[in-house]
Design a protein around this ligand. Structure first.
Ligand code: KIV
Ligand code: ZN
Length: 517
């Protein structure tokens, strides 16, 4: 594929995706997702914002040390400290990139940055030059380009390219643009910026009006050759353009687009599942490509048509995006080697023998309750096992009992270990889950607001594990907790404790777009 025929896929699940409330990930979780993205053959992985916190810095560095098949990028605001931190974090990468940005719309420059347009250009140039001293590959984004004045955009982009930016990314930060308008902006900028041919043009679209993918595809027709996107469309507010939709639109409509990607599409579904499993953001059933209904034909007419000739109602093959493959089943007689090698095939790498032991023990416990263990079960139990060891678990579940009977109020008895001390409590509630949460609250003096409670079956069948996600908010901080078990009330208690542990320990981080430079 020549450069003109190739669309570069820049995945920002680990950075913009992580900015979704409650989606923040640990270092280990980021590494697992980064490995999956590498198998998916994304060109560039934006691994995080190293200046946000020491944890973020370490996570980006660990991804840079691990990944060999994709370029690893760190985000930096246009200031010296951020750039240096990003440069340091991506230093171990086989191929690295620094992505620096500054806002260019009148409202952002005046109200958020309180800088004049001249000062903004000066900072952008300084940032790109400083980044170029640390890394050969530098990307520049004028934040909120979708609401910026084209004349000013032309000026700052020309200066950024002259200062050494090899990629110019045009973000529709607040998802305000419509496809025709956004395509027009890309066309105008490419025509008017005198040195435009010296950079790769990229787009980064948010989905506030539901047109992030449409905007990105419209920009591709106008010469954009990099698209920034996320798995499952995860991202700030309504999210970013969904990687799987962009990739499959190009692949399915080769007749209509001037370029294609190098993505290994059969890895799309496993990667989607992994991201939703780790972040707790479930995929809606009717989501294109990766929703459970995306290839399901319920109505008789459709089923009949597909049986006679599949192309009557299918424009893509389910197996090409990973459905129906990768489902080797393990059971209670499977040994440690079978367990480890299946995990390795799924990209689950245990860094220590302790992690492997913990996960294997959980696997054996699950296999005692459930006949067949599927890939999805392994992903869930590996996430829990690694989190149990890596995250500080100041509170853990020792024992749980719940009584639920028709006509009676359910009662839950809980034993927790709180900072090393065992404590017991009982509570009644409007249902077993409510009773369990109340019993836990009575031991922990919780003052967090429950924003979300959801249960999903990990696989099918009545013996399937239920995966529960709980989202809590306290003092403006939002965390997700997850728990899985064949008993959904126990899964709920685990998820609640997981979120509470995160609330008790997670440190504050700087948001890249929250305030000035
Ligand atoms: O939405 C946005 O503008 C961003 C930038 C940092 C590229 O995420
Ligand atoms: Zn963004």
């Amino acid at each position: 594929m020549s450069d003109a025929d190739r669309l570069i896929i820049f995945d920002t699940t680990l950075r913009d995706g992580e900015q979704s409330p409650g989606a923040s990930m640990t270092r280990e979780e980021k590494i697992r997702i980064a490995r999956a993205l590498e198998r998916l053959r994304v060109d560039i992985i934006e691994a995080g914002f190293p200046a946000a916190s020491n944890g973020d810095f370490e996570a980006v560095k660990a991804v840079a040390e691990t990944i060999k098949g994709s370029r690893v990028c760190g985000l930096a605001r246009a200031n010296e400290k951020d750039i240096d931190r990003a440069g340091e974090a991506i230093k171990p990468a086989a191929a690295g990139r620094i992505h620096t940005f500054i806002a260019t719309s009148p409202v952002h420059m005046e109200k958020k940055l309180q800088l004049s347009p001249d000062e903004v250009v000066e900072r952008a140039v300084m940032a790109v030059k400083r980044a170029r001293n640390l890394c050969d590959d530098v990307e520049f984004s004028p934040e909120d380009a979708g609401r910026s004045e084209p004349d000013f955009l032309c000026r700052i982009i020309e200066a950024a390219i002259a200062a050494g930016a090899g990629t110019i990314n045009i973000p529709d930060t607040v998802g305000y643009n419509m496809p025709r308008q956004f395509a027009g902006l890309i066309r105008e900028l490419r025509e008017r910026v005198p040195n435009s041919d010296q950079a790769v043009w990229s787009v980064h679209c948010h989905n506030d009006l539901g047109v992030a993918v449409a905007n990105s595809l419209a920009a591709v027709r106008e010469g954009a050759r990099q698209v920034e996107c996320t798995i499952n469309g995860l991202g700030e507010r309504a999210g970013n353009a969904a990687l799987e939709e962009i990739v499959m639109a190009l692949r399915t409509r080769r007749d209509d687009f001037p370029c294609d990607t190098r993505i290994e599409t059969r890895e799309i579904l496993p990667t989607s599942r992994l991201v939703s499993n780790i972040t707790g953001f479930q995929v809606q059933p009717n989501k294109a490509i990766v929703g459970v209904n995306a290839f399901a034909h319920e109505s008789g007419i459709h089923q009949d048509g597909v049986l006679k000739h599949r192309e009557t109602y299918e424009i893509m093959r389910a197996e090409d995006v990973g459905w129906g493959t990768n489902r080797m089943v393990l059971g209670k007689h499977s040994g440690r080697n079978a367990f480890r090698s299946r995990c390795e095939e799924l990209g689950i790498a245990f860094d220590t023998a302790e992690q492997l032991n913990e996960a294997f023990q959980r696997f054996k416990e699950l296999a005692d309750k459930k006949h067949e263990i599927f890939d999805e079960d392994l992903q869930a139990l590996a996430t829990e096992a690694v989190a149990a060891l890596e995250e500080e678990q100041s509170v853990s579940l020792v024992a749980f009992r719940c009584c639920s009977e028709t006509g009676e109020t359910p009662v839950a008895d809980v034993t927790l270990k709180v900072d090393g001390e065992e404590k017991k409590s009982s509570a009644a509630g409007d249902g077993p889950v409510d009773a369990a949460f109340k019993a836990i609250d009575s031991l922990l003096e919780v003052r967090a607001e429950l924003l979300l409670y959801s249960v999903n079956n990990i696989t099918t069948g009545t013996d399937a594990q239920g995966e529960v996600t709980v989202r809590l908010e306290r003092g403006g901080r939002v965390v997700n907790g997850q728990g899985s078990d064949t008993d959904i009330v126990i899964a709920s208690a685990k998820a609640y404790l997981n979120a509470l542990n995160r609330l008790r320990t997670s440190a504050g981080r700087t948001h890249p777009q929250a305030e000035g430079v």
